[in-house]
Design a protein around this ligand. Sequence first.
Ligand SMILES: Nc1nc2c(c(=O)[nH]1)N[C@H]1C(S)=C(S)[C@@H](COP(=O)(O)OP(=O)(O)OC[C@H]3O[C@@H](n4cnc5c(=O)[nH]c(N)nc54)[C@H](O)[C@@H]3O)O[C@H]1N2
Ligand SMILES: Nc1nc2c(c(=O)[nH]1)N[C@H]1C(S)=C(S)[C@@H](COP(=O)(O)OP(=O)(O)OC[C@H]3O[C@@H](n4cnc5c(=O)[nH]c(N)nc54)[C@H](O)[C@@H]3O)O[C@H]1N2
Ligand code: SF4
Ligand SMILES: [Mo]
Length: 682
Amino acid sequence: MHNVIGACPHDCPDTCSLVTTVENGKAIRVQGNPAHPMTDGVLCTKVSRYTERTYHPDRILQPLRRTGPKGSGQFTPVSWDEALNDIANRLGAIAAQDPQAILPYSYAGTMGQVQGEAMAMRFFHKLGASLLDRTICSSAGSEALAYTFGAKMGMRVEFFAESKLIIIWGSNSIGSNLHFWRIAQEAKRNGAKLICIDPRKSETAEKCHEHIALRPGTDAALALAMMHVLIQNDWLDHDYIAQHTLGWDALRERALQWSPERAAQICGITSQQIESLARDWATTKPAAIRLNYGMQRVKGGGNAVRAIACLPALTGAWRHRAGGVLLANSGNFPVQRAALQRPDLLAGRKPRTINMSRIGNALLQAASHAFGPQIQAMVVYNSNPVAVAPQSSEVVQGFAREDLFTVVLEHFQTDTADYADYILPATTQLEHWDIHATYGHTDILLNRPAIAPMGECKTNTDIFRALAKRMGFTDSCFEEDDETLCRTAFGPPQDMQELFAQGFTHLKSPSGQALPDAPFAEGKFPSPSGKCEFFSQRLADMGQDGLPDYIANYEVPQANAEFPLAMISPPARNFLNSSFVNLQSLRDIESEPVLEMHPADAQARNIQHGDVIRVFNQRGTYHCKAQLNDRARPGVVNGLGIWWRKLGLNGTNVNELTSQKLTDIGRAPVFYDCCVEVAALK
Ligand SMILES: Nc1nc2c(c(=O)[nH]1)N[C@H]1C(S)=C(S)[C@@H](COP(=O)(O)OP(=O)(O)OC[C@H]3O[C@@H](n4cnc5c(=O)[nH]c(N)nc54)[C@H](O)[C@@H]3O)O[C@H]1N2
Ligand SMILES: Nc1nc2c(c(=O)[nH]1)N[C@H]1C(S)=C(S)[C@@H](COP(=O)(O)OP(=O)(O)OC[C@H]3O[C@@H](n4cnc5c(=O)[nH]c(N)nc54)[C@H](O)[C@@H]3O)O[C@H]1N2
Ligand code: SF4
Ligand SMILES: [Mo]
């Protein structure tokens, strides 16, 4: 019996250090590493079931070729040779016409640098395939931060323990950032006040001292009105503003247009709530905001992040290491993207870029001058677009195209895999090497394989190496092994010796020092001006508003409209996006797909708790069960995600209802900007 140290690969800000216990070549237990401070020996319910997932009877263990109609899920096992030869031939024939007709589609099924975009991008760059704009999660907020601070940087998560006020803004930390919640509890024990800003009374909201249940997509109005109150009471750090910010006069004028009364109307809360929030923010020190991606999935998501990101500079909260804001710290990691992904293999070619958040639309486009060639082949890895991408009806129609050649690298036969021509069996985190940056803390983690690949599974990297060989790509970079890629991922001065010895190492700054405790205590923002840019010249140059403002949702519910309810679709606690939905023990906890409704909205529609309902709009229909409780505010329904379509009640999921419109900044999807109507299913 021995233990192997690894890293949780999932798209979660916590990036836990894992200890896998192996007996006779079999992983018998996966636990949190007690030696890693952030993990502290604790994993979430999902990943503590990792052996159940790894040894699941439904794991795909052989290459499969389609035998039935697309989407029917009928496949027959074939040899790797047969699969790889056929795939290479098909891709080769398409590439001979125009390689841009081939599209890779991937996201963060694993966040590893090696099984993510290293060998895969080398392959697609060499091929000259279309590029993918990876916008589906965080690009609105990420770009908004870049336009404000200059990079995705913020407070160090561990110092929230010393904060006296923590605003959890657009995040259900208990469900999706568990180890931050542990830190917030420590702060609470030390007397901190916790406030949650979320339309839904989430597991987290109900455990905070205060919950501000605003309407979806109105956060910028709230932040601007907070600024208004700060100005009126002169709760400002004038020295910090003068030295370390840009555009204060203009922002001040903008904020003065946002009285608490005006914002209260828009947000659906009281002006007293706004005044008291602003008072708490200004008068409690140190004060911190844990912002998360939940609030940027609306039309004005980028502006909302910018507005909130301005708040710490106004009160000088950054001066203290336990003050400021944290959305993500990924900008601190010196990922060696060019070395890993080798864009030089494009050799001067400039393929078009396809936005992954509009994949339905893209798959249905004919060739045109503006669009380029029709998409003729897709290679999907680390993602389940048929379940997770917006407006599923178009996504499904696209994937169902008989003339589309689709290869899916997967662990399971997901909704997307059902549409594949070939499913290739991929290894899980227990079976391969990888190295991890993270967005929620500031450690690098190494993942060593704990067990041999199951069945005939291959690593993503090996699959792309094998395809490269069959395509006749002879560049030596296709020979590099995964351990070498791990060593390439972060350049010096990171302590690779420590990383390989204990499985994690604290990130160092480029000078080789420890990261600063308080990143912006003395300004030094990585923006063009070196300041916190309230006004962004870069945004203004693109014809956008240089100042943050409130931008109303695309779909604002109106009382007598055809679709009078706003719907958000945040994650279910026991799934991770669409991962884990096929694990019986976790599905048992979530029971069935549900829509949370306020009892008043249900009563008006003659809907009882537990009724099977029809949730619908101009884009489609989703059946699920009504859950009547006070988690939903009146006028807003919560469709918890993201079920596999085929495990739902009518073969759809919540993305049947979401649209392919994009955010103001970052070209991201607007999952939580969606209007629907609900009716009992008769
Ligand atoms: N258990 C679990 N953990 C996860 C995931 C998962 O699916 N399940 N997904 C992972 C991924 S991919 C990501 S990106 C992160 C996301 O991490 P977070 O952004 O922290 O995501 P959520 O937990 O979904 O919290 C989003 C919260 O925002 C609220 N919200 C919705 N609209 C608005 C709005 O307009 N304004 C405000 N203020 N709040 C709003 C929702 O009700 C929800 O409670 O979580 C990761 N962790
Ligand atoms: N309505 C609605 N839709 C949403 C969201 C929402 O809140 N509401 N959230 C959005 C967000 S934040 C995100 S990030 C996206 C997430 O969307 P995706 O990144 O597609 O995430 P998952 O659904 O977890 O699918 C990941 C797939 O990768 C596979 N996988 C994992 N590891 C490996 C590996 O090593 N190799 C291979 N080949 N495959 C692997 C898993 O088996 C899984 O099927 O969904 C988005 N969709
Ligand atoms: S999903 Fe998040 S909380 Fe769960 S083990 Fe992975 S990193 Fe930790
Ligand atoms: Mo995400």
